[in-house]
Write a protein that binds this ligand. Structure first.
Ligand SMILES: N[C@@H](CCC(=O)N[C@@H](CS)C(=O)NCC(=O)O)C(=O)O
Length: 203
């Protein structure tokens, strides 16, 4: 029997969250290896020297080390909720680049010489655009969650967590509803289960 693919993951990483959700929804069996970013396993770095999570190592040795590629790979194997049918690259790419840029400068303000509140404002503008898309439909692709929702919401969740009271009063309401529905989902709960750290051995 073929070994299941191995996922190197870090619970709080939003990229790893979306990869885990796609793997879970696909129903694929995989071996979860929980790691620490400050102490990356040698085997993970051997598979993917760039040193980011998530990393998926397939039984034949193929390595997939970009979260969106892991999502697509899992869903191409099995896509029971038809996430790929509504997959739209544009908003996801915007959130991975522009929103993430502002999020980092807001959340990790001490690391940057920038004004965090101007980055918060820029990110909020993006949420207003998302809000307009969520005016008539519960999710970005329609009535059911799909690829873009799952790819984007872990970053909006991080943004909301920097100052939950501010987010609660200033973030547009459709986005708040959308985020609340996705974070309350059983799928997210399963993706966020706490796991013991994977201990690397030499065999
Ligand atoms: N483009 C990558 C980004 C992954 C990424 O940056 N992950 C962060 C954690 S959230 C990481 O591993 N950073 C390396 C480090 O902190 O050492 C993906 O989509 O998988």
């Amino acid at each position: 029997m073929q070994r299941p693919p191995v996922l190197y993951s870090f619970r709080r990483c939003p990229y790893a969250m979306r990869a885990r959700m796609a793997l879970i929804v696909s129903g694929l069996d995989y071996e979860h290896r929980e790691i620490l970013l400050r102490d990356k396993p040698v085997s993970m770095l051997a598979a993917s020297p760039k040193g980011t999570v998530p990393v998926l190592v397939l039984a034949d040795g193929e390595v997939i080390d970009e979260s969106l590629d892991i999502m697509r790979w899992a869903l191409e194997w099995s896509d029971p909720e038809e996430w790929l049918a509504g997959a739209e690259p544009a908003p996801v790419a915007d959130y991975d680049s522009v929103f993430k840029h502002h999020l980092d400068r807001y959340k990790y303000a001490a690391r940057y010489a920038d004004d965090p509140l101007s980055h918060r404002a820029a990110a909020l503008q993006m949420l207003f655009r998302l809000n307009a898309r969520l005016a008539d439909e519960k999710f970005l692709g329609g009535a059911a969650r799909g690829f873009a929702d799952i790819a984007i919401f872990p970053f909006v969740r991080q943004f909301s967590g920097v100052d939950p009271a501010w987010f609660g009063s200033e973030a547009p309401s459709n986005v708040q509803r959308w985020l609340a529905a996705l974070t309350a989902s059983e799928l997210f709960e399963r993706a966020m289960v706490r796991r013991t750290l994977w201990i690397e051995t030499n065999d």
